[in-house]
Design a protein around this ligand. Structure first.
Ligand SMILES: Cc1cc2nc3c(=O)[nH]c(=O)nc-3n(C[C@H](O)[C@H](O)[C@H](O)COP(=O)(O)OP(=O)(O)OC[C@H]3O[C@@H](n4cnc5c(N)ncnc54)[C@H](O)[C@@H]3O)c2cc1C
Length: 409
C-alpha cells in the first residue's frame, strides 16, 4: 500500500526537530514523517557546531529570530523537563579603532531593537577577561608587524548571549514529539532521500535511496548543507535552485590556560576573527578560514590552528602557549552565497515545497524561532510571531531584496 503523509520533513537536525516540535505544539493533527539519512539524529552540523547563541546582529530579522530563540532556550527545561546546558555567560566582541567607531554608532540601533549591549573601554575588557592584554606593549614590534594586530579600542558585550548544547536540544525535540504524539509521528533514520518527486509544479512525495516512494501533501526541506544538491537531483532547474553551498568550518578543543578565573569567561572574539569559550575543563576555539573552498570536506587541519589561531591567542593572552590541541573537527556551514542568511518558506514555483535551510553558521541559535515561523506559515498561512521573516523568503533573490548580514563569525 502506498504510504501517505500530510507533511514530510527531510533532515533530522535541530531545524527539522524544531519544525516538528512546533507543528505538534501548535495543534497540527495530520500525519508527519521525518527522514534522516544517518544512523543517528542530530549527527551533522548540529552536533559539530560551537553551540553559541547571540542576539547581536546588523539585521532586525536576525535580532528577532535569536531573541525569540534565546527566550525559548531559557524556558526549555521547564517546558520539556530536559536540560540543554543553557548558559547565559555573554559574548564579548573586541574591536580595533576603525571598526570600534562603527560599533559605537550601532549602539542606538540595538537599543531601539531591545537588544542589551554594553560598550567597554580597554580597561574594562581587561577586567572582564583575566590575562587579556588590550594594548601591545608586551609584544616585540616584529611580532606586531607579522600578525598585523592593533590595540583593542573597545569591547562590545552582550549579556543575553551564551552557549548551549544543540545536540541535546535537537534530540529533545524529536523525543518529546514522538513520546507525546506517537500516533501521528514517524521518525526514520538510515533513510536517505534520493529525490523529491515534483510534477506540474507540485511536490507529490519523496523517493528514498532504496527506491521506495512515499507520498506527501507538503515537503519541508531542512537538509542543511546538502539541500541544494538534493534539489538539483530532484530536477529543480539551476535558476530556481537555492544559492547554498557546503563550506567547512573547524573547531579545536584545547587546554585551558593556567589563568585564574578563565573558566568563567564569556564567548570571546579576538584578533583575526578567532573566537573561543570555556567548554567543561577546556577551551573550544574556532575561526573561519577565509580561503576555504566549498565542498564536503570535514578534515581537521592541525596546522591551521597552530599557524592561524594559536599565534593570535598567544599574542593577546600570554599563557595561551600552554594550550595544546586535545581534539578537533571540521563540520559544514550551509552558506547562502548571496547574503549569508537563511532561506525560509515556500518555493515560488513549487508552493508545497517549503525551505528551512541556508543558515550560514547561525542555525542552531535560530532553531526555535524557525520552527515556530514554519509552523505558523503551514497552519495559518503567514508568519505571525516574527513577520520580518517574510524578508527571508526565496523571492528576495529574484526581487533583488537581499538581507545582508555583516556580523557573521
Ligand atoms: C564548526 C561549526 C560551528 C558552528 N557554530 C555555530 C554556533 O556557534 N551557533 C550557531 O547558531 N550555529 C553554528 N553552526 C551552524 C549550525 O551548526 C547550523 O546552522 C545548524 O546545525 C543547522 O541545522 P540543520 O538542522 O539545518 O542542519 P544539520 O544539523 O546538518 O541537519 C540536516 C540533516 O539533514 C540530513 N540530510 C541531508 N540530506 C539528506 C537526505 N537526502 N536525506 C535524508 N537526510 C538528509 C543530514 O544528515 C543532517 O542530519 C556551526 C556549524 C559548524 C560546522
Amino acid at each position: 500500500m502506498r504510504k501517505e503523509n500530510d507533511i514530510i520533513i527531510i533532515g533530522g537536525g535541530i531545524i527539522g526537530g524544531s519544525i516538528l516540535y512546533s507543528l505538534l505544539r501548535d495543534g497540527f493533527k495530520g500525519k508527519i514523517a521525518v527522514f534522516e539519512k544517518k544512523e543517528a539524529l542530530a549527527d551533522e552540523s548540529t552536533a559539530l557546531s560551537a553551540g553559541g547563541f547571540r542576539n547581536i546582529w546588523s539585521t532586525v530579522v536576525n535580532m528577532k529570530l535569536t531573541t525569540f530563540s534565546i527566550e525559548s532556550f531559557k524556558n526549555f527545561k521547564e517546558e520539556t523537563g530536559i536540560s540543554i546546558g543553557f548558559e547565559q555567560r555573554g559574548y564579548l566582541f573586541t574591536y580595533y579603532r576603525k571598526e570600534w567607531e562603527r560599533i559605537i554608532d550601532f549602539k542606538k540601533f540595538w537599543e531601539e531593537s531591545g537588544v542589551k549591549t554594553e560598550l567597554l573601554d580597554p580597561g574594562r575588557v581587561e577586567e572582564m577577561i583575566p590575562g587579556l592584554k588590550a594594548g601591545l606593549g608586551h609584544l616585540d614590534d616584529d611580532i606586531v608587524e607579522m600578525l598585523s594586530i592593533e590595540e583593542i579600542a573597545g569591547g562590545l558585550f552582550g549579556a543575553d548571549c551564551g552557549i548551549f548544547n544543540p545536540t541535546a536540544c535537537a534530540i529533545a525535540y524529536f523525543e518529546k514529539s514522538q513520546e507525546d504524539f506517537s500516533e501521528i509521528v514517524e521518525i526514520n533514520k538510515c533513510a536517505e532521500v534520493k529525490k523529491i518527486s515534483i510534477k506540474d509544479g507540485k511536490v507529490e512525495g519523496i523517493l528514498l535511496e532504496n527506491e521506495e516512494f512515499i507520498g506527501a501533501g507538503k515537503v519541508v526541506l531542512a537538509a542543511g548543507a546538502f539541500s541544494r544538491d538534493l534539489l538539483e537531483r530532484s530536477g529543480i532547474p539551476e535558476e530556481q535552485n537555492i544559492p547554498v553551498v557546503p563550506v567547512k568550518r573547524m573547531l579545536f578543543l584545547v587546554n585551558r590556560p593556567p589563568i585564574e578565573g578563565f573558566e568563567k569567561n564569556p564567548m570571546i572574539i579576538i584578533d583575526n576573527g578567532v573566537y573561543f569559550h570555556p567548554e567543561a575543563d577546556d577551551l573550544l576555539v574556532g575561526r573561519a578560514k577565509p580561503e576555504q573552498k566549498p565542498g564536503y570536506d570535514y578534515e581537521m587541519e592541525k596546522n591551521y590552528y597552530v599557524d592561524e589561531m594559536n599565534t593570535y591567542m598567544q599574542a593577546r593572552i600570554p599563557g595561551m602557549e600552554y594550550c595544546r590541541i586535545k581534539n578537533g573537527w571540521g563540520g559544514l556551514y550551509a552558506v547562502n552565497t548571496e547574503d549569508k542568511n537563511a532561506i525560509i518558506g515556500e518555493h515560488p514555483e513549487v508552493p508545497n515545497l517549503i525551505f528551512a535551510t541556508g543558515f550560514s553558521g547561525h542555525g542552531v541559535m535560530e532553531a526555535p524561532a524557525i520552527g515556530k515561523c514554519i509552523s505558523e506559515k503551514i497552519l495559518k498561512g503567514s508568519y505571525i510571531s516574527i513577520p520580518e521573516v517574510e524578508s527571508l523568503e526565496f523571492n528576495r533573490f529574484k526581487l533583488g531584496k537581499l538581507v545582508k548580514e555583516t556580523i557573521v563569525i
